[in-house]
Design a protein around this ligand. Structure first.
Ligand code: HEM
Length: 447
């Protein structure tokens, strides 16, 4: 019997919708949903893409049938940077590594990181001058990078920040290339984008191997992630130690996954707040009432309810991990359609979280949607900025604590205004960023 494909755009001969997809991420997927509904199929060159939008299907793929899928081709291609770290590894190995690393993200440990999150925010914030304009993407990238380095690896990385953010930019730029069929062969040629990226990757390696070498030299067990990874390898690895390469893969993955996403979420939050003064006002009220002038602590997290809702609503409209891709290991049935191995199933928080069935007036920024009584009315998987199931974000608790405390700490002293008008474009590749950065003007709340 002939395979029946889900309806979708036809695209060009051979290329299918590949160019529309890479040029128009993420709006291409949004259009697919608008035109074709909960399931839409398209060709991406030699590969088939299937976009699933309904929360029930998202649950089915990410949770119920997670074992029948692996990460998509694009993520697998990122092994060239991340090696066999948590984002890219599969199967038993992934589960074991996840068990080890998750110890660094239990509730008590994340609470212990709060002080550092607030202190570094205050320190970087004190360098802001009233009326100064700045690119807040750089500001937040620098801040979350320092927080991740300090809390997880016990390092002050002021000097490394530029290297890491440059490497991330190169990876983000290379991403569309990684999606090109046969790019693994093209990568062997000295193409300018590949060479730039390889250079950045070497510099990144130097930073991470530097962390590992220093810790091996001083032999301290500080209880941070790096110590846990070194220690746990003794406990669970049959007595053997993790090689430096394995440590490098895990550390690099968590380091990259653990700062860029939160930085993007905070940029989008300031962008949305600047356009919604009444919401900004309510946020100030909460921060003034809960914190006054004192430094926030981990206990304040549970009291900063409105701040939490502002961040949640910002990640609804601009989820930093805007799409998740999965490939079935065998033929997989979705409704009347068979999805074959080699196809990519796309599940996009960006698309599902803008669906008016779950979010009336979806483009309106309205944090009250995340009041518990409102959130309860929606299907659970209508909101999944952190994914779900066995591959759910390991750092979710860390990210909420960090995002809420940074936002509250900045709101104590500053208000940010848009300096360059509304953004014309998003830059969606590995993550969703404001294209060309985001320039904002700082106003001191005291003045
Ligand atoms: C707003 C901030 C963040 C967002 C939106 C986010 C989002 C995500 C998403 C959607 C996934 C699942 C990807 C998939 O299923 O294909 C993921 C995985 C992951 N995230 Fe996050 N993340 C954030 C912050 C963090 C932080 C702070 C850390 C660590 C410090 C972290 C570490 C990880 C790791 C290690 C994984 C891989 C988990 C696994 O496959 O076992 N993330 N993240």
């Amino acid at each position: 019997m002939a395979t029946v494909h889900p309806p979708g755009p036809k695209g060009l001969p051979l290329l299918g919708s590949f160019l529309d997809f890479v040029r128009g991420m993420p709006d291409f997927l949004l259009r697919c949903r608008e035109e074709y509904g909960d399931i839409c199929g398209f060709n991406l060159g030699a590969r088939r893409g299937i976009l699933l939008n309904h929360p029930d299907w998202i649950h089915q793929i990410l949770v119920q049938d997670a074992g029948k899928f692996q990460k998509s081709y694009a993520l697998q291609r990122m092994r060239n940077t991340l090696g066999e770290g948590l984002l890219t590894s599969e199967g038993e190995f992934h589960l074991r590594q996840r068990r080890i690393s998750s110890k660094a993200f239990v509730k008590t440990r994340v609470a212990a990181y709060a002080e550092c999150m607030v202190e570094l925010t205050q320190r970087l914030g004190s360098q802001l001058k009233p009326s100064q304009t700045l690119d807040v993407t750089d500001f937040f990238m620098g801040l979350t990078l320092r927080i991740a380095a300090k809390t997880l690896f016990g390092r002050d990385t002021t000097e490394d920040a530029a290297v890491v953010s440059h490497a991330l930019d190169e990876l983000q730029r290379l991403f569309p290339f990684l999606l090109i069929p046969f790019s693994e062969f093209l990568e062997r040629f000295p193409l300018p984008n590949v060479r730039r990226f390889q250079k950045a990757r070497c510099e990144l390696d130097e930073v991470i191997y530097g962390f590992i070498a220093e810790r091996r030299r001083d032999g301290r067990d500080t209880g941070d992630l790096l110590s846990m990874l070194m220690q746990a390898s003794d406990d669970e690895g049959g007595g053997g130690r993790m090689t430096d390469e394995q440590l490098r893969d895990e550390c690099l993955t968590i380091f990259l996954a653990g700062h860029e996403t939160t930085a993007n979420a905070l940029c989008w939050t300031l962008y949305l707040l600047a356009q919604n003064p009444h919401i900004y006002g309510k946020l100030f009220q909460e921060v003034d009432a809960v914190l006054g002038q004192r430094a926030a602590s981990s206990e304040d997290f549970a009291k900063l309810n409105y701040t939490y809702r502002v961040l949640a609503e910002s990640m609804r409209l601009f989820p930093p991990a805007w799409t998740l891709g999965r490939t079935p290991l065998d033929d997989y049935q979705v409704g009347p359609y068979t999805v074959s191995p080699g196809s990519v199933v796309f599940l996009s928080p960006y698309v599902t979280q803008r669906d008016c069935r779950w979010y009336p007036d979806p483009l309106v920024f309205d944090p009250s949607r995340f009041a518990p009584e409102e959130a309860e009315k929606r299907p659970k998987m209508s909101y999944f900025p952190f994914g779900a199931g066995v591959r759910k974000c390991l750092g979710e608790r860390f990210a909420w604590m960090e995002g809420v405390l940074i936002l509250a700490t900045l709101c104590q002293r500053f208000r940010f205004h848009l300096d360059s008008g509304l953004l014309k474009k998003t830059w969606a590749a590995v993550t969703l960023r404001p294209a060309g950065g985001l320039r904002m003007r700082v106003e001191s709340r005291g003045s």
